[in-house]
Design a protein around this ligand. Structure first.
Ligand SMILES: C[S@@+](CC[C@H](N)C(=O)[O-])C[C@H]1O[C@@H](n2cnc3c(N)ncnc32)[C@H](O)[C@@H]1O
Length: 441
């Protein structure tokens, strides 16, 4: 199977089953014996088509009598793939983009090959003008150009203003860097960099986090020898900042109420140098084994993973913990660079989140002993799920106060007030919100 056919299969899976691209890619690529180059090209094609879905359909609709909404799904996916290669991928010649796409169409649906061929040839002929978005309404213009649900554009323009929104949209189109978190229980950052360099992997130290390394050309991570040895884990800088903000002392008792797959739990357990205990909970039983397998790989014995619903109060945990983390389920609007399908979420899908977040934060606070710390975090940039939840919590809980965050210097406007607002366009990291409280009574 060639890389375009693989990309087509994955895109069909994403479109028909509403799957996340990263999960669909992992599922398909797991058992495929293909070169790194083919893997890279297929991945680029998959993400490119998902990220630009509305824009590609807009171009398609300029040229086709049958509008994209009425088109058979497999034909639409193949045309999107072709247009993406012609308009947005410099590394592919127009000739190859058309021929390879038409060959694929013939494989799945002979009768549509003439139709697809005609559209793609027209795209090439009108390449200079066809790529323009000719829409006056600013919301619809941005929604089409950057491929987002219109409600998101409206919401962001209202919250951030037009300039910031366009900046954010540009940043969300960039490929996120890959970061490793050194497993400091087993190796120092410098030693790990040496070992990675020996494998010809380019490494750069990250100033904000002492155990973080930005890497280039690290492929096929799960089969990497050093990964299997548990010398590092993959985590974005924003997520590492959450661990740093909570910063538990050795021998503490820590509770992570929404912890799967265990990125932050394992960080907290490492910060404590494998002492004390981190109780890592998640509502989904099948995710508990992900936490355990990462903890095992990293050589952590201070993690206890268990299935539990954070929206239901656990009487046995009340006032038991020195530190509690509530890294709650959220809309994910800060991690669009990694999960582009979030751009297409309906407003209604996200409506209930602030209520759930309030309940989880409120419950989590009950488990903190007097003098202990509580951290609330999300990977979204929506005030309704962030600062509004925090303010609501403070109004109802006068035994908690926000405390200054001094572990990192990333949001100088707010960190003295006890929270961080992290944006991809300002900080070059996943969009996150992190608030730190202390139980004072
Ligand atoms: C943002 S993710 C957590 C990521 C994790 N902290 C990490 O760093 O790897 C939110 C998690 O909350 C879990 N979750 C959703 N609803 C929950 C609930 N009511 N109780 C506990 N966990 C829940 C989800 O399964 C998901 O794994």
């Amino acid at each position: 199977m060639n890389s375009r056919e693989i990309a087509y299969n994955v895109l069909s899976d994403i479109e028909k089953n509403n799957n996340y691209s990263n999960m669909a890619i992992n599922k398909y690529f797991k058992n495929l014996d293909i070169s790194d180059q083919d893997r890279g090209f297929a991945t680029e094609l998959i993400y490119g088509v998902v990220e630009n879905k509305y824009y590609l359909d807009y171009i398609m609709d300029k040229l086709s009598k049958i509008k994209s909404q009425k088109m058979e799904i497999h034909v639409k996916i193949l045309i999107r793939m072709g247009i993406y290669q012609i308009i947005m991928l410099d590394s592919v010649s127009d000739y190859a983009a058309v021929n390879e796409t038409v060959n694929l169409v013939k494989k799945f649906d002979k009768k549509s090959s003439g139709f697809v061929n005609a559209i793609l040839r027209n795209v090439i002929r009108q390449k200079e003008t066809i790529s323009n978005v000719d829409i006056d309404d600013k919301i619809m213009y941005l929604s089409t150009k950057y491929s987002y649900k219109p409600w998101m554009m409206k919401n962001w323009i209202n919250s951030f203003g037009i300039e910031f929104t366009e900046d954010l949209l540009e940043a969300n189109n960039e490929k996120p860097s890959l970061y490793l978190r050194t497993n400091t229980l087993k190796i120092t950052r410098d030693e790990l960099i040496n070992r990675l360099n020996e494998m010809n992997i380019k490494c750069y130290k990250v100033a904000t986090i002492e155990e973080a390394i930005r890497v280039e050309n690290l492929k096929n991570i799960e089969n990497n020898k050093l990964f299997k040895e548990g010398l590092f884990t993959i985590q974005d800088i924003s997520s590492m900042i959450v661990g740093k903000v909570l910063n538990p002392k050795e021998d503490s008792l820590v509770l992570d109420v929404c912890s799967a797959p265990g990125g932050k739990s394992t960080h907290l357990a490492t910060i404590m140098k494998n002492t004390g205990k981190v109780v890592s909970r998640d509502i989904f039983e099948h995710k508990i084994k992900l936490i355990n397998s990462t903890a095992n790989r990293l050589g952590l014995t201070n993690i206890e993973a268990e299935c539990s619903d954070a929206s239901v109060i656990d009487k046995d945990s009340i006032e038991r913990f020195d530190y509690v983390l509530a890294d709650v389920p959220c809309s994910g609007l800060g991690i669009i660079r990694r999960k582009p399908e979030i751009k297409y979420k309906e407003k209604a899908e996200l409506k209930g989140l602030p209520e759930l977040q309030k309940v989880i934060l409120n419950n989590a606070s009950k488990y903190v002993r007097c003098g202990g710390n509580l951290v609330y975090s999300t990977c979204t940039i929506q005030d309704a799920e962030n600062i509004d939840v925090v303010n609501n919590f403070l109004e109802e809980n006068d035994n908690f106060e926000l405390v200054p965050i001094d572990a990192v210097n990333v949001d100088l406007d707010n960190q003295d007030k006890g929270y961080l607002k992290i944006y991809p366009n300002i900080h070059g990291m996943d969009g996150f919100f992190i608030a730190k409280f202390k139980r004072v009574r």
